[in-house]
Each structure stands twice: as C-alpha cells, then as structure tokens.
Design a binder for this molecule. Structure first.
Ligand code: C2E
Ligand code: MG
Ligand code: MG
Ligand code: MG
Length: 291
C-alpha cells in the first residue's frame, strides 16, 4: 500500500493529517480553560409565533471565539467534545448560562421559553433529570421556561431508555423538542410514543423547497402528522419569503430562520423582543417592503 505512494505523497498526506490532528487536540485541550475564561458565549435565535407575530421562544446556540484559532463552529467542537467525554462540561455550562440569562430576563419582564441543545451523551447520564431539577431550583426559574432539544438521530440509539430519561425531565415541567426531525432513519410511527412537546423540522428539507415537490410534500406531511399528534411544530432554517409563506399555508406554529432573525446576543434580543410586542411581525423583510 505504502509502496504505491511517492515520498512526496506520503509527506504531504501526513502533514495534512498532522494539521487536522493538531487542531483537534488544540480544541479539546483548550476547552476547559476557554470555558473558564469566557471565550464561549451563547447567542439566542428568536422563533416567530405565527399566531401572534411575537416571540415567546428562543434557541440558545453556543459560540466559541478561540484566542488562537478564531471562531470555531459548534458543528466542529461539539462532536469532538462528545467523543472525548467533555460534552458534560459544555452541557452543564450551557444550562447554567441559559438559566442565568433567564433570571435576568424574568427580572426585566421578559418571559420566554429558552431551548438548550443537549447531546446523546447527556441522555446516557442517569443523573440528568435530577441535575436539571437542581439547577432550576438553584436559579429559581420556572421549569416551563426551559426547553431541551434532542436531535432525532440520537433517540434511536436506545429508544426505551431515552424515553424514560425524557419522561423524567418532562415531569419536572421542562419542555422537550425533537430537533432536526426528518434526518434520522426512523419511521414516523414511533413519534407518538415520545414524551415531547415540539417537533423541529430540519432545514435540510428547505434547501430545494420550491423546486422540489418531494421535499415540499415531506415538510407538509411532517407538519400535519406532528400537529395531529398534538405537538407544536417549528420549521428551522427559513430564509426566504416564498418558503415562509408556504409554511404558513402548511400550518406551522413557529418558524425559525434568518428570514425572521439570525441568532442574536442577549442585549440585541431584548431590544427586538420589546419592539415586537409593540409591533407584531416587525423585522420580516416583507413588512419593511415599501417598494
Ligand atoms: P441546531 O440545533 O439544529 O441549530 C440550528 C442551526 O441552524 C444553528 O447553527 C443556526 O445558527 C442555524 N440557522 C438558523 N437559521 C438559519 C437559516 O435561516 N439558514 C441556515 N442555513 N442556518 C440557520 P449553529 O449555531 O451553527 O449550530 C449548529 C449545531 O450545533 C446546532 O444545530 C446544534 O446541533 C449544535 N449546537 C449549537 N449550540 C449547542 C449547544 O449549546 N450544545 C450542544 N450540545 N449542541 C449545540
Ligand atoms: Mg437545536
Ligand atoms: Mg442539531
Ligand atoms: Mg436543528
């Protein structure tokens, strides 16, 4: 195998490999220190309630500005943290971060649900429900102001046990959302067995929304199914007016995406929240469209 490669190929290959490995190691090794030094922060993406034109929910999304590597996207460091057992650190940090923010918002009269993304590994932790319960008591935040997002593909690993853990969390009053719905290999049939409140339909379906009749049908059917089972529905990744209008026709309850708002730092969110109370549907590009 080696003999087929020239010296240069080998050297080149190894160099690239080394670089990637070095980056991974740097990311993994610096995570605990970065967390302590506040190099990570949360941004909050508002979700638009279609019925009111206001925002009563946001999703917390983690951001990391590394002092040497610059911005590291969560899609890069979350999987690394999962593989190295460091996701615990991130999830605990994320929950605390969000609850501290909730305390501030509740003091300002901003009463919203904040969703936190948790990972597979978190659900394997049997202490998760009690940990969440303790944090809620510590910060005195009402359980229903917290939502947990679990990626659909995660569920299938050990369905029975996952359902048990989710049930315990939900019994606290915490809301549960299935994230990235439609990306797992699951059938729709198991959905009704899940102790959940909301289904978030993955943005992958929106990529060719208008020109792809199949993707369009999948979204429509998913919305209808989820609603018929009594779940709220959010569609994520909504970027254009066409998609937005079609989704409203399909009956989605909530939309999330750049068409309404990018993820915002807390203070920017506060401003928008207040403005939306005075002027529902503000910030939709179409409502500014005077032509
Ligand atoms: P997700 O939970 O599905 O989050 C939605 C992602 O879509 C976010 O990417 C968001 O910024 C992006 N997004 C929102 N609107 C639009 C849009 O209109 N168009 C497009 N193309 N994208 C949009 P982000 O922030 O890079 O996060 C990526 C993933 O990383 C998240 O996917 C989630 O799985 C994970 N993640 C983020 N924060 C956390 C965290 O605190 N803990 C854990 N465990 N995972 C996290
Ligand atoms: Mg999410
Ligand atoms: Mg996800
Ligand atoms: Mg998602």
């Amino acid at each position: 195998k080696k003999a087929k490669l020239s010296r240069n190929d080998i050297a080149f290959y190894n160099q690239d490999d080394d670089k990637a490995q070095y980056r991974e190691l740097t990311i993994i090794n610096s995570l605990p220190k970065s967390l302590k030094q506040n190099q990570l922060h949360m941004v909050y993406q508002p979700k638009l309630d279609i019925s009111s034109g206001k925002c009563s929910q946001v999703e917390a999304l983690i951001r990391w500005e590394h002092d040497g590597l610059g911005i590291i996207p969560p899609t890069e460091f979350i999987p690394l943290a999962e593989h190295t057992g460091m996701i615990d650190l991130i999830s605990k940090w994320a929950l605390e971060q969000v609850l501290q923010q909730q305390v501030k918002w509740l003091q300002q009269g901003i009463n919203i649900k904040v969703a936190v993304n948790l990972s597979t590994k978190d659900l394997e932790n049997q202490h998760l429900p009690i940990d969440i319960s303790n944090l809620l008591m510590q910060y005195k935040v009402p359980a229903e102001n917290l939502m947990i997002e679990i990626t659909e593909s995660v569920l299938m690993l050990d369905l029975a046990r996952t359902i048990e853990t989710l049930k315990e969390i939900r019994e606290l009053g915490v809301k549960i959302a299935i994230d990235d719905f439609g990306t797992g290999h699951s059938s729709l049939a198991y959905l009704r067995h899940l102790p959940i409140d909301e289904v978030k339909i993955d943005k992958a379906f929106l990529d060719d929304f208008n020109c792809d009749l199949q993707a369009n049908k999948i979204v429509k059917t998913s919305i209808e199914l989820a609603k018929s089972l009594g779940f709220d529905v959010t569609v994520e990744g909504v970027e254009t007016k066409d998609v937005f209008d079609t989704l409203i026709e399909f009956g989605t309850d909530t939309i999330q995406g750049e068409y309404f708002s990018k993820p915002l730092v807390a203070t920017d969110f506060e401003l928008r929240y207040t403005q939306l109370i005075e002027q529902p549907f503000l910030f939709l590009p179409s409502s500014d469209n005077v032509k």
